[in-house]
Design a protein around this ligand. Structure first.
Ligand SMILES: Nc1ncnc2c1ncn2[C@@H]1O[C@H](COP(=O)(O)OP(=O)(O)OP(=O)(O)O)[C@@H](O)[C@H]1O
Length: 230
């Protein structure tokens, strides 16, 4: 399976008024297509920071990151935006759907960034994704007409519209009741597997983590994980 995400000795230090703050140190993480990893650890240990680095939203202060064998930080800002748009999907705790757009339009939002030449097949794909999450009859509805779990299902479809190699989720079920969280969590894993994405998911929920084949802890500012060797 192709390696999707490779982090070698990654560190992240923030400069604060109180001095240098090292949040992550010597992180080694490798995910291939089809891998699914839940990332856990106490509040403030650096989970979201790690996810932001994996998503090229934040640059490490040391070490190397490669996504699909590409060092994203060697790309120009414009190329990096396109690379992220095409290869990485994000699901957040808040669904972040646009209230004025329909469900279908929300799924297609990443295609409006100007990196796609031909949006026609993407419209077909959006319809198919909504079918896969059981929301085919809701495509013309506004997000306000949907339940919290349904909105997160739309957010999963939006994250998958470009068939990303890497799917990153930050507390995707954090705002949902336990039964709905279970449905959305299972669906997230199923969709990632069916679309051959590597899934990295930050969660405080042990219930959600229990669905994952691999659960990794951020401990003492570090992570060491490779699905190949675990
Ligand atoms: N830009 C920044 N400047 C200074 N400190 C920062 C910055 N961003 C994050 N931090 C600090 O890094 C630490 C880790 O934050 P992060 O959000 O990654 O933790 P987390 O494990 O996701 O926490 P939680 O589970 O509570 O969401 C926190 O102490 C936070 O205050």
């Amino acid at each position: 399976m192709p390696i999707v995400l490779q982090m070698n000795n990654v560190g992240r230090t923030f400069s604060t008024a109180a001095g240098e703050l090292t949040i992550l140190d010597n992180v080694n993480l490798q995910l291939s297509s089809g891998d699914a990893v839940a990332l856990q650890g106490p509040s403030g240990c650096g989970k979201s920071t790690l996810l932001h680095i994996a998503g090229t939203l934040d640059k490490p202060t040391s070490g190397e990151v490669a996504i699909l064998n590409e060092n994203p930080w060697h790309l120009s800002a414009e190329k990096l935006a396109g690379f992220r748009n095409q290869h990485i999907g994000f699901v957040f705790q808040e669904h972040q759907l646009l209230p004025q757009c329909s469900v279908l339009e929300n799924v297609l939002l990443p295609t409006l960034a100007g990196f796609d030449r031909d949006v026609k097949p993407l419209k077909k794909r959006a319809v198919e994704l909504l079918e896969q999450v059981g929301l085919q009859d809701r495509s013309a509805h506004r997000p306000a007409a949907l339940s919290g779990g349904e909105r997160q299902r739309v957010a999963v479809c939006r994250a998958l519209i470009h068939q990303p190699s890497l799917l990153l989720a930050d507390e995707p079920t954090g705002n949902l009741d336990p039964a709905t969280a279970d449905t959305v969590g299972s669906l997230l894993l199923k969709m990632a597997a069916e679309h051959d994405a590597a899934l990295l998911c930050v969660t405080h929920s042990n219930d959600l983590a229990s669905h994952f084949p691999h659960v990794v802890q951020v401990e003492n500012r570090t992570v060491a994980f490779s699905a190949v060797t675990n």
